[in-house]
Design a protein around this ligand. Structure first.
Ligand SMILES: [Zn+2]
Length: 698
């Protein structure tokens, strides 16, 4: 997942005289830190609101100056000036929203609720400012006069269209309606996310010793610590956080406990309590449909997809339905194989969704003689991190060194300086690995500062990767499973894009269905024997993963692909189903979801990767966008073929990927970037082959 605040927003300008303001507020002073990272230890909750307020005041003043400029509008005094407006607001927003995701508390949650509608109003004030739009339109209509370079043309085109998609052409009455919708949405979406966090934090499944049968030692000791933290020493507690629930489902032979934990997981936000998200989501879907209609689009999907590679819902459905038709029979096959195991053991029951992980693990053992627990000792977090660094070093020549005494966004985080092969500074990378109550679920990459240019000089990026990985517990270091290893490589791919960015402007327009290419392509290196040999070393002995195990890993690559694809596609289709509804829309979330999955033929043994009431992606940034993972999968599988053709660490191919894609993203048409790298448009066959979806694989 990729979250960088202010991506297509309005950001940065040179520093200004702050003499009239509170000098104790760190946002109003020079940071004076290594590489100018935010001085986290000085930032207190009370500093945010004044900084937001002042930031918005300054931003409005910048826009006012731009509009009042007596010169004939041109690119620099209009688009360039817009690009620089509201520097302080960007600075505080980046720190605040990164912290609100990874390190929140009651105060930050309250600020988030308070500031979100204000920021929505601020954005509307800019996007719906008629004088500003008039100037932008004038520059757009006369662009032939200015001798613009390709990046400037691309930015101008997108700025102009963004104004239109944001309502610049509407009459006053409709603009007022639009503002109200945006205000309301800003509150609903924040509340939805906070509810999911609260529901996740609230739930604990306590068990006695008899509930621990079959569970790996690391999970048991983590569960003991969770129970202890809840003041129930002598018991064990499991949660709906990924590192807790999924190993439990995988290894616990206790069906009732599996069912109970899974019920809690799949019903987050659906418990009829104060954290219930059903009504919130129904209203979000309705308001987004209404807004699209107001703006002249058939559905929210049509509005959202216009600037993306996919362009329209039909293209998205074509891809998803094509894969759906191939994935479901493979999943059904997996069900049959697991049912055979149940029957053979005399189970006398039908496989249920909460049984999947347990029997899939048995199936893997049976078919490939591979157990997830065999892999973990070779995936010690420290080694995996070194593996990611090594991979990036071999591809791009860059190096990573810990920064001593660097302010950290959270005491558990790690800070690294990233340098080019020639030793010059590229940026700062934070890594923050483990779950906390203050952190939202999932994994993502964000930024505390984007690459940008001030007075002709580059300002380097500060990027952060945030995960929810297995913690060290007792004497055991953090030992990851394969999924977690892939997640780290994935997020690191986003981080590379942030670090390599060379945009001349702060405004960049990344096609959201292209954004998972840099991340997903990195996952392909995880199991490359050449790299495994370097990083997958036993945590006690340091011995590399035995060839036999590497072999088994390679052989088992089609394992569970029916399930993985089906649950992902189900969620992607659900997202599209909500956002292709035409206004007027009234949905009852639970029955809509149920009927929809019946209609598309989701088999009863699989639950969508996310159910509606905790599907954070479709609330925030990935609305009508969850398909992006699949869209980009076509690209990343095809792009990785280019590496395979020349050797997976071929420096020339890596260099081309960096210059054509990672550096350019957001400043150029996505398909053009891809063609520049690959020499042709993407093909779907590598994806089908790598996922075992061409022919059914047993
Ligand atoms: Zn991602």
């Amino acid at each position: 997942m990729f979250l960088i605040m202010g991506f297509s927003g309005l950001i940065f300008s040179s520093c200004r005289n702050q003499s009239d303001t509170d000098k104790t507020n760190p946002f109003f002073a020079e940071y004076n830190t290594p590489f100018n990272v935010p001085p986290f230890e000085k930032v207190m909750a009370k500093h945010y609101m004044p900084a937001f307020e002042k930031g918005m005041t300054e931003g409005k003043k910048d826009i006012q100056d731009l509009v009042m400029n007596q010169e004939e509008p041109n690119f620099d005094n209009t688009i360039g000036a817009l690009d620089k407006a509201g520097e302080l607001l960007t600075r505080v927003s980046q720190v605040f929203f990164a912290q609100a995701s990874a390190n929140t508390n009651d105060s930050l949650q309250n600020i988030e609720m308070e500031i979100s509608p204000k920021l929505a109003g601020y954005n509307d004030e800019i996007q719906l400012n008629p004088d500003l739009f008039k100037r932008v339109k004038q520059v757009y209509d006369n662009q032939g006069k200015y001798n613009l370079n390709s990046e400037q043309k691309f930015i101008l085109e997108n700025v102009y269209k963004e104004f239109i998609r944001s309502g610049a052409n509407l009459n006053n009455e409709d603009q007022d309606t639009l503002k109200k919708i945006n205000q309301r949405l800003s509150v609903l979406t924040v509340k939805f996310s906070q509810n999911v966090l609260d529901e996740t934090n609230k739930y604990r499944l306590f068990v006695g010793k008899d509930g621990l049968a079959g569970l790996p030692e690391s999970l048991v000791s983590a569960a003991a610590e969770t129970a202890k933290a809840a003041e129930k020493e002598g018991e064990w507690a499991f949660t709906t956080q990924k590192p807790s629930i999924f190993p439990f489902l995988q290894y616990s032979p206790n069906r009732d406990l599996r069912r109970e934990l899974f019920r809690a997981y799949t019903n987050r936000g659906n418990n009829g309590n104060e954290f219930d998200n059903n009504k919130l989501l129904a209203e979000i879907v309705k308001l987004r449909a209404r807004r699209a209609k107001l703006l002249g689009y058939k559905t929210h999907s049509n509005l959202v997809l216009e600037p993306r590679m996919a362009k329209n819902p039909e293209n998205v459905f074509n891809l998803l339905n094509n894969l759906w038709g191939k994935a479901v029979p493979v999943a059904q096959n997996e069900v049959n194989e697991m049912q055979k195991i149940i029957d053979k053991e005399g189970g006398n029951f039908k496989l249920e969704p909460s049984d999947w992980w347990y029997y899939a693990e048995k199936l893997r053992k049976q078919k490939y003689d591979l157990d997830d627990n065999e892999l973990r000792p070779y995936f010690m977090l420290d080694n995996v991190r070194e593996g990611v660094f090594n991979c990036a070093n071999r591809l791009y020549g860059i190096t990573f060194r810990p920064i001593a005494g660097c302010p950290l966004p959270q005491s558990e985080a790690e800070a690294y300086e990233v340098r080019e092969a020639n030793g010059s500074h590229l940026g700062v990378l934070y890594l923050d690995f483990h779950p906390r109550e203050s952190k939202r679920q999932g994994a993502w990459c964000g930024g505390y500062r984007n690459y940008h240019i001030v007075d002709g000089k580059p300002v380097t990026p500060v990027v952060t990767v945030v995960c929810n990985f297995t913690r060290p517990s007792g004497d055991l270091p953090a030992l990851l499973n394969l999924d977690e290893v892939e997640t780290l490589f994935h997020e690191f791919g986003h981080a590379l894009e942030g670090l390599f960015c060379k945009n001349a402007y702060n405004m960049s327009y990344i096609a959201w269905d292209f954004v998972e290419l840099p991340s997903q392509i990195m996952e392909h290196w995880v199991t490359e024997p050449e790299l495994l040999n370097v990083y997958a070393r036993h945590y006690e002995t340091g011995v590399p993963m035995p060839a036999e195990l590497v072999n088994k890993l390679e052989k088992s690559k089609y394992f569970n692909q029916g399930f993985i694809n089906t649950e992902l596609l189900a969620a992607s289709l659900l997202d599209m189903a909500y956002y292709t509804l035409e206004y007027p829309v009234e949905v009852d979330i639970q029955s809509f979801e149920k009927e929809f999955f019946n209609k598309i033929g989701l088999i009863p043994e699989i639950v969508s990767r996310y159910r509606s009431t905790y599907f954070l992606h479709i609330i925030d940034e990935y609305d009508s966008g969850y398909y992006s993972y699949t869209w980009a999968a076509v690209l990343d599988n095809d792009a990785f073929e280019a590496f395979k053709e020349k050797g997976v660490f071929d420096r020339a191919t890596a260099e081309s990927f960096r210059r054509n894609i990672l550096e350019k993203d957001g400043t150029m048409d996505a398909m053009q970037m891809y063609v520049n790298f690959r020499g042709r448009e993407p093909q779907i066959e590598p994806l089908l082959k790598n996922r075992g979806l061409i022919t059914q694989v047993n």
